[in-house]
Design a protein around this ligand. Structure first.
Ligand SMILES: *Cc1c(COP(=O)(O)O)cnc(C)c1O
Length: 358
Protein backbone atom coordinates (compact mmCIF):
# COMPACT_ATOMS: atom_id res chain seq x y z
CA UNK A 1 0.00 0.00 0.00
CA UNK A 2 1.13 3.51 -0.91
CA UNK A 3 2.81 5.22 2.10
CA UNK A 4 1.24 8.62 1.50
CA UNK A 5 -2.23 7.17 0.97
CA UNK A 6 -5.05 8.35 3.20
CA UNK A 7 -6.64 4.96 2.82
CA UNK A 8 -6.43 2.64 5.83
CA UNK A 9 -5.97 -1.07 5.39
CA UNK A 10 -7.02 -4.12 7.38
CA UNK A 11 -5.47 -7.35 6.17
CA UNK A 12 -7.62 -10.45 5.70
CA UNK A 13 -6.65 -13.41 7.89
CA UNK A 14 -7.35 -15.87 5.17
CA UNK A 15 -7.88 -15.47 1.44
CA UNK A 16 -10.74 -17.16 -0.42
CA UNK A 17 -10.26 -19.78 -3.06
CA UNK A 18 -10.65 -18.30 -6.54
CA UNK A 19 -13.64 -19.61 -8.50
CA UNK A 20 -13.24 -21.73 -11.64
CA UNK A 21 -12.83 -19.21 -14.50
CA UNK A 22 -14.76 -21.49 -16.89
CA UNK A 23 -18.00 -21.48 -14.91
CA UNK A 24 -18.03 -17.93 -13.55
CA UNK A 25 -21.47 -16.38 -13.40
CA UNK A 26 -22.15 -12.67 -13.37
CA UNK A 27 -22.21 -11.01 -9.96
CA UNK A 28 -22.09 -14.13 -7.77
CA UNK A 29 -18.53 -14.20 -6.47
CA UNK A 30 -16.84 -11.39 -4.58
CA UNK A 31 -13.16 -10.83 -3.93
CA UNK A 32 -11.34 -10.76 -0.58
CA UNK A 33 -11.47 -7.02 0.00
CA UNK A 34 -13.77 -4.03 -0.32
CA UNK A 35 -13.39 -0.28 0.00
CA UNK A 36 -15.54 1.74 2.38
CA UNK A 37 -15.86 5.40 3.41
CA UNK A 38 -18.44 7.22 5.54
CA UNK A 39 -20.12 10.59 5.34
CA UNK A 40 -21.65 12.59 8.12
CA UNK A 41 -22.89 16.16 8.02
CA UNK A 42 -20.16 17.45 10.36
CA UNK A 43 -17.02 15.80 9.02
CA UNK A 44 -17.82 15.15 5.35
CA UNK A 45 -16.41 12.00 3.76
CA UNK A 46 -14.13 10.29 6.30
CA UNK A 47 -12.43 7.01 7.23
CA UNK A 48 -11.51 5.63 3.79
CA UNK A 49 -10.50 2.03 4.32
CA UNK A 50 -9.82 -1.17 2.41
CA UNK A 51 -10.81 -4.17 4.49
CA UNK A 52 -11.95 -7.77 4.15
CA UNK A 53 -15.23 -8.20 2.24
CA UNK A 54 -17.91 -8.74 4.86
CA UNK A 55 -21.54 -7.99 5.70
CA UNK A 56 -22.39 -4.58 7.07
CA UNK A 57 -24.87 -3.75 9.82
CA UNK A 58 -27.47 -1.04 9.30
CA UNK A 59 -30.45 0.20 11.27
CA UNK A 60 -33.77 -1.01 9.82
CA UNK A 61 -34.68 2.68 9.79
CA UNK A 62 -31.80 3.48 7.40
CA UNK A 63 -32.90 5.97 4.80
CA UNK A 64 -31.93 3.84 1.80
CA UNK A 65 -34.42 1.07 2.68
CA UNK A 66 -37.37 3.44 2.68
CA UNK A 67 -36.67 6.16 0.15
CA UNK A 68 -34.01 4.68 -2.08
CA UNK A 69 -31.55 7.55 -1.94
CA UNK A 70 -28.67 5.69 -3.55
CA UNK A 71 -26.49 5.63 -6.68
CA UNK A 72 -24.07 3.19 -8.28
CA UNK A 73 -21.60 2.60 -11.11
CA UNK A 74 -20.44 -0.42 -13.08
CA UNK A 75 -17.06 -0.67 -14.78
CA UNK A 76 -14.48 -3.33 -15.53
CA UNK A 77 -10.84 -4.24 -15.07
CA UNK A 78 -9.22 -6.53 -17.63
CA UNK A 79 -6.05 -8.60 -17.87
CA UNK A 80 -4.38 -7.74 -21.15
CA UNK A 81 -2.76 -10.33 -23.40
CA UNK A 82 0.64 -9.16 -22.10
CA UNK A 83 -0.48 -9.63 -18.46
CA UNK A 84 -1.06 -6.00 -17.54
CA UNK A 85 -4.01 -5.12 -15.28
CA UNK A 86 -6.07 -2.26 -16.70
CA UNK A 87 -9.32 -0.42 -15.94
CA UNK A 88 -11.49 0.94 -18.77
CA UNK A 89 -12.24 4.69 -18.54
CA UNK A 90 -12.45 4.98 -14.72
CA UNK A 91 -12.44 8.81 -14.74
CA UNK A 92 -15.52 8.86 -16.97
CA UNK A 93 -17.36 6.48 -14.65
CA UNK A 94 -16.38 8.53 -11.58
CA UNK A 95 -17.66 11.71 -13.24
CA UNK A 96 -20.97 9.97 -13.92
CA UNK A 97 -21.09 8.73 -10.31
CA UNK A 98 -20.80 12.32 -9.14
CA UNK A 99 -23.47 13.43 -11.63
CA UNK A 100 -25.74 10.74 -10.16
CA UNK A 101 -24.93 11.92 -6.60
CA UNK A 102 -25.89 15.46 -7.55
CA UNK A 103 -29.32 14.44 -8.86
CA UNK A 104 -30.02 12.33 -5.76
CA UNK A 105 -28.86 15.08 -3.30
CA UNK A 106 -25.90 12.94 -2.19
CA UNK A 107 -22.81 14.95 -1.20
CA UNK A 108 -20.15 14.84 -3.96
CA UNK A 109 -17.22 12.46 -3.75
CA UNK A 110 -13.61 13.56 -4.19
CA UNK A 111 -12.93 12.19 -7.69
CA UNK A 112 -9.21 11.79 -7.07
CA UNK A 113 -9.78 9.86 -3.87
CA UNK A 114 -12.32 7.60 -5.60
CA UNK A 115 -9.81 6.96 -8.41
CA UNK A 116 -7.14 6.14 -5.83
CA UNK A 117 -9.56 3.85 -3.99
CA UNK A 118 -10.47 2.08 -7.24
CA UNK A 119 -6.93 1.60 -8.46
CA UNK A 120 -5.58 0.62 -5.03
CA UNK A 121 -8.34 -1.94 -4.48
CA UNK A 122 -8.04 -3.45 -7.97
CA UNK A 123 -4.23 -3.52 -7.71
CA UNK A 124 -4.52 -5.37 -4.39
CA UNK A 125 -6.99 -7.81 -5.96
CA UNK A 126 -5.34 -8.14 -9.37
CA UNK A 127 -5.02 -11.91 -9.01
CA UNK A 128 -8.83 -11.95 -9.10
CA UNK A 129 -8.91 -10.53 -12.64
CA UNK A 130 -9.59 -13.66 -14.69
CA UNK A 131 -7.19 -14.15 -17.60
CA UNK A 132 -9.30 -15.83 -20.25
CA UNK A 133 -10.36 -13.63 -23.13
CA UNK A 134 -13.85 -12.26 -22.58
CA UNK A 135 -13.60 -12.44 -18.79
CA UNK A 136 -13.11 -9.44 -16.51
CA UNK A 137 -13.30 -8.12 -12.98
CA UNK A 138 -16.53 -6.18 -12.54
CA UNK A 139 -16.19 -3.12 -10.29
CA UNK A 140 -19.26 -1.89 -8.44
CA UNK A 141 -18.90 1.44 -6.62
CA UNK A 142 -22.06 2.63 -4.85
CA UNK A 143 -23.40 5.08 -2.29
CA UNK A 144 -26.25 4.38 0.14
CA UNK A 145 -27.96 6.71 2.58
CA UNK A 146 -27.63 5.28 6.08
CA UNK A 147 -29.18 7.73 8.50
CA UNK A 148 -31.85 6.06 10.67
CA UNK A 149 -34.66 8.51 9.97
CA UNK A 150 -38.11 8.19 8.39
CA UNK A 151 -38.65 11.76 7.22
CA UNK A 152 -38.19 12.72 3.57
CA UNK A 153 -35.21 15.04 3.06
CA UNK A 154 -31.60 14.32 2.13
CA UNK A 155 -29.99 11.87 4.55
CA UNK A 156 -27.19 13.23 6.74
CA UNK A 157 -25.21 9.96 6.69
CA UNK A 158 -23.93 7.88 3.79
CA UNK A 159 -21.62 5.01 2.99
CA UNK A 160 -19.58 4.82 -0.21
CA UNK A 161 -18.33 1.34 -1.02
CA UNK A 162 -16.58 -0.50 -3.82
CA UNK A 163 -16.97 -4.24 -4.26
CA UNK A 164 -15.39 -6.43 -6.96
CA UNK A 165 -16.74 -9.50 -8.73
CA UNK A 166 -14.90 -11.67 -11.27
CA UNK A 167 -17.17 -12.35 -14.25
CA UNK A 168 -17.10 -14.89 -17.04
CA UNK A 169 -17.26 -14.12 -20.74
CA UNK A 170 -20.62 -12.64 -21.72
CA UNK A 171 -20.46 -14.69 -24.89
CA UNK A 172 -19.34 -18.08 -23.63
CA UNK A 173 -18.47 -19.53 -27.02
CA UNK A 174 -16.79 -16.31 -28.14
CA UNK A 175 -19.54 -15.81 -30.73
CA UNK A 176 -21.82 -12.79 -30.37
CA UNK A 177 -25.31 -14.19 -30.03
CA UNK A 178 -28.14 -11.94 -31.21
CA UNK A 179 -30.91 -11.26 -28.67
CA UNK A 180 -34.68 -10.94 -29.05
CA UNK A 181 -36.09 -7.67 -27.82
CA UNK A 182 -39.61 -6.68 -26.89
CA UNK A 183 -40.56 -3.05 -27.58
CA UNK A 184 -42.42 -2.05 -24.42
CA UNK A 185 -45.59 -0.11 -25.18
CA UNK A 186 -47.28 -0.08 -21.79
CA UNK A 187 -44.73 0.58 -19.05
CA UNK A 188 -42.09 3.31 -19.20
CA UNK A 189 -38.63 3.48 -17.65
CA UNK A 190 -38.05 7.19 -17.25
CA UNK A 191 -39.38 10.64 -18.03
CA UNK A 192 -37.70 13.95 -18.71
CA UNK A 193 -37.03 15.71 -15.42
CA UNK A 194 -36.88 12.37 -13.59
CA UNK A 195 -33.83 10.21 -12.85
CA UNK A 196 -33.47 8.13 -16.03
CA UNK A 197 -30.19 9.84 -16.94
CA UNK A 198 -28.45 8.77 -13.71
CA UNK A 199 -27.62 5.38 -12.22
CA UNK A 200 -29.94 4.99 -9.28
CA UNK A 201 -31.44 1.69 -8.08
CA UNK A 202 -35.06 2.85 -8.41
CA UNK A 203 -34.76 2.88 -12.21
CA UNK A 204 -34.07 -0.85 -12.07
CA UNK A 205 -36.79 -1.59 -9.53
CA UNK A 206 -39.25 0.12 -11.85
CA UNK A 207 -38.09 -1.89 -14.87
CA UNK A 208 -38.34 -5.43 -13.45
CA UNK A 209 -42.04 -6.01 -14.15
CA UNK A 210 -41.74 -5.18 -17.86
CA UNK A 211 -38.59 -7.31 -18.07
CA UNK A 212 -40.44 -10.26 -16.47
CA UNK A 213 -43.36 -9.94 -18.85
CA UNK A 214 -41.03 -9.82 -21.84
CA UNK A 215 -39.22 -12.94 -20.57
CA UNK A 216 -42.54 -14.78 -20.23
CA UNK A 217 -43.26 -14.32 -23.93
CA UNK A 218 -39.77 -15.36 -25.01
CA UNK A 219 -37.91 -12.04 -25.20
CA UNK A 220 -34.65 -11.38 -23.39
CA UNK A 221 -34.85 -7.64 -22.92
CA UNK A 222 -37.14 -4.66 -23.24
CA UNK A 223 -36.65 -1.69 -25.56
CA UNK A 224 -37.99 1.40 -23.83
CA UNK A 225 -39.87 4.15 -25.61
CA UNK A 226 -40.13 7.69 -24.26
CA UNK A 227 -42.38 8.18 -21.25
CA UNK A 228 -44.57 10.88 -22.73
CA UNK A 229 -45.64 9.80 -26.20
CA UNK A 230 -44.57 6.17 -26.15
CA UNK A 231 -43.09 6.83 -29.54
CA UNK A 232 -39.40 7.70 -29.46
CA UNK A 233 -36.77 5.03 -28.87
CA UNK A 234 -34.74 5.49 -25.68
CA UNK A 235 -32.66 2.45 -24.69
CA UNK A 236 -32.62 -1.27 -23.88
CA UNK A 237 -32.62 -2.73 -20.34
CA UNK A 238 -29.16 -1.66 -19.23
CA UNK A 239 -27.79 -0.81 -22.66
CA UNK A 240 -27.93 2.04 -25.12
CA UNK A 241 -29.05 1.22 -28.64
CA UNK A 242 -27.67 1.81 -32.13
CA UNK A 243 -29.05 1.22 -35.62
CA UNK A 244 -27.27 0.83 -38.94
CA UNK A 245 -29.50 2.18 -41.68
CA UNK A 246 -28.32 2.46 -45.29
CA UNK A 247 -24.70 2.30 -44.19
CA UNK A 248 -25.01 5.09 -41.60
CA UNK A 249 -25.24 4.84 -37.82
CA UNK A 250 -28.08 6.21 -35.71
CA UNK A 251 -28.57 6.38 -31.95
CA UNK A 252 -31.12 8.26 -29.84
CA UNK A 253 -29.72 11.59 -28.70
CA UNK A 254 -29.36 12.13 -24.95
CA UNK A 255 -32.48 13.86 -23.77
CA UNK A 256 -32.47 13.78 -19.98
CA UNK A 257 -34.17 10.39 -19.65
CA UNK A 258 -31.57 8.21 -21.40
CA UNK A 259 -28.56 6.95 -19.45
CA UNK A 260 -25.35 8.37 -20.98
CA UNK A 261 -23.43 5.12 -21.38
CA UNK A 262 -19.63 5.13 -21.35
CA UNK A 263 -19.74 2.36 -23.96
CA UNK A 264 -22.13 4.51 -26.03
CA UNK A 265 -19.66 7.39 -25.85
CA UNK A 266 -16.75 5.10 -26.78
CA UNK A 267 -18.62 3.63 -29.76
CA UNK A 268 -19.53 7.12 -30.99
CA UNK A 269 -15.86 8.16 -30.87
CA UNK A 270 -14.77 5.02 -32.72
CA UNK A 271 -17.41 5.46 -35.44
CA UNK A 272 -16.37 9.11 -35.90
CA UNK A 273 -12.76 7.96 -36.10
CA UNK A 274 -13.73 5.51 -38.84
CA UNK A 275 -15.29 8.38 -40.77
CA UNK A 276 -18.71 6.77 -40.90
CA UNK A 277 -21.66 9.18 -40.63
CA UNK A 278 -23.27 8.98 -37.19
CA UNK A 279 -26.50 10.69 -36.22
CA UNK A 280 -27.63 11.34 -32.66
CA UNK A 281 -31.28 12.20 -33.06
CA UNK A 282 -34.90 11.48 -32.17
CA UNK A 283 -35.82 8.11 -33.64
CA UNK A 284 -39.48 7.11 -33.58
CA UNK A 285 -40.46 3.47 -33.55
CA UNK A 286 -42.84 4.11 -36.49
CA UNK A 287 -40.01 5.49 -38.60
CA UNK A 288 -37.80 2.58 -37.62
CA UNK A 289 -40.50 0.12 -38.69
CA UNK A 290 -40.90 1.92 -41.99
CA UNK A 291 -37.14 1.71 -42.52
CA UNK A 292 -37.35 -2.00 -41.77
CA UNK A 293 -40.17 -2.52 -44.26
CA UNK A 294 -38.13 -0.80 -46.94
CA UNK A 295 -35.29 -3.21 -46.22
CA UNK A 296 -32.93 -0.46 -45.03
CA UNK A 297 -32.51 -1.52 -41.41
CA UNK A 298 -29.22 -3.39 -41.67
CA UNK A 299 -28.14 -3.87 -38.06
CA UNK A 300 -29.29 -3.19 -34.51
CA UNK A 301 -27.06 -3.52 -31.45
CA UNK A 302 -26.95 -2.52 -27.79
CA UNK A 303 -23.90 -1.11 -25.98
CA UNK A 304 -23.04 -1.42 -22.28
CA UNK A 305 -20.25 -2.42 -19.91
CA UNK A 306 -21.67 -5.91 -19.29
CA UNK A 307 -21.78 -7.17 -22.90
CA UNK A 308 -19.77 -4.40 -24.63
CA UNK A 309 -21.74 -4.93 -27.87
CA UNK A 310 -24.94 -6.97 -28.02
CA UNK A 311 -26.41 -7.61 -31.49
CA UNK A 312 -30.20 -7.60 -31.73
CA UNK A 313 -31.71 -10.30 -33.93
CA UNK A 314 -35.38 -9.57 -33.46
CA UNK A 315 -37.52 -6.62 -32.39
CA UNK A 316 -41.18 -7.15 -31.55
CA UNK A 317 -43.31 -4.00 -31.62
CA UNK A 318 -47.07 -4.37 -31.14
CA UNK A 319 -48.07 -6.99 -33.72
CA UNK A 320 -44.97 -6.48 -35.86
CA UNK A 321 -41.92 -8.71 -35.75
CA UNK A 322 -38.74 -7.31 -37.27
CA UNK A 323 -36.03 -9.88 -37.97
CA UNK A 324 -32.71 -8.09 -38.26
CA UNK A 325 -29.99 -9.33 -40.61
CA UNK A 326 -31.52 -12.85 -40.72
CA UNK A 327 -30.98 -13.08 -36.96
CA UNK A 328 -27.24 -13.05 -37.49
CA UNK A 329 -24.59 -10.80 -36.00
CA UNK A 330 -23.82 -8.03 -38.46
CA UNK A 331 -20.31 -7.22 -39.69
CA UNK A 332 -20.44 -3.74 -38.19
CA UNK A 333 -21.38 -4.94 -34.70
CA UNK A 334 -18.66 -7.59 -34.95
CA UNK A 335 -16.03 -5.07 -35.97
CA UNK A 336 -17.02 -2.73 -33.13
CA UNK A 337 -16.90 -5.60 -30.66
CA UNK A 338 -13.43 -6.58 -31.85
CA UNK A 339 -12.26 -2.99 -31.61
CA UNK A 340 -13.67 -2.39 -28.12
CA UNK A 341 -12.33 -5.67 -26.77
CA UNK A 342 -9.06 -4.93 -28.59
CA UNK A 343 -8.72 -1.89 -26.30
CA UNK A 344 -9.77 -3.91 -23.23
CA UNK A 345 -7.24 -6.69 -23.76
CA UNK A 346 -4.41 -4.50 -25.02
CA UNK A 347 -4.50 -5.79 -28.60
CA UNK A 348 -4.99 -2.31 -30.06
CA UNK A 349 -3.00 0.80 -29.21
CA UNK A 350 -4.88 3.00 -26.73
CA UNK A 351 -5.13 6.02 -29.02
CA UNK A 352 -8.09 7.54 -27.18
CA UNK A 353 -6.44 7.35 -23.72
CA UNK A 354 -9.18 5.10 -22.30
CA UNK A 355 -6.97 2.58 -20.56
CA UNK A 356 -5.82 3.15 -16.97
CA UNK A 357 -2.94 0.83 -16.28
CA UNK A 358 -2.31 -0.27 -12.70
C1 LIG B 1 -25.31 1.45 -17.03
C2 LIG B 1 -26.41 1.62 -18.00
C3 LIG B 1 -26.18 1.67 -19.39
C4 LIG B 1 -24.83 1.42 -20.03
O1 LIG B 1 -23.84 2.27 -19.58
P1 LIG B 1 -22.30 1.87 -19.75
O2 LIG B 1 -21.60 3.01 -19.12
O3 LIG B 1 -22.05 1.77 -21.20
O4 LIG B 1 -22.12 0.58 -19.04
C5 LIG B 1 -27.25 1.90 -20.23
N1 LIG B 1 -28.50 2.05 -19.74
C6 LIG B 1 -28.76 1.99 -18.42
C7 LIG B 1 -30.15 2.16 -17.96
C8 LIG B 1 -27.74 1.78 -17.51
O5 LIG B 1 -28.01 1.72 -16.21
Amino acid sequence: MNQVSKIDFIKAEKLKEKPDPDTLQFGKNFTDYMFMMDFDGENGWVNPIIKPFESITLSPASFVFHYGQAVFEGLKAYKTIDERSVIFRPEKHIARLNASCKRLCIPPLDSELVLEALTTLVELEKDWIPEKEGTSLYIRPFVISTEPYLGVRPSHHYKFMIILSPVGAYYSDGQLNPVKIYVEDEYVRAVKGGVGHVKTPGNYAASILAQERANEVGYEQVLWLDGKENKYIEEVGSMNIFFKINGEIYTPKLNGSILPGVTRDSVIQIVHDWGIPLHEELISIDDLYETYQKGQLEEVFGTGTAATISPVGELKWEEHVMTINHFETGEFAKKLYETMTGFHYGKIEDKFGWIKEL
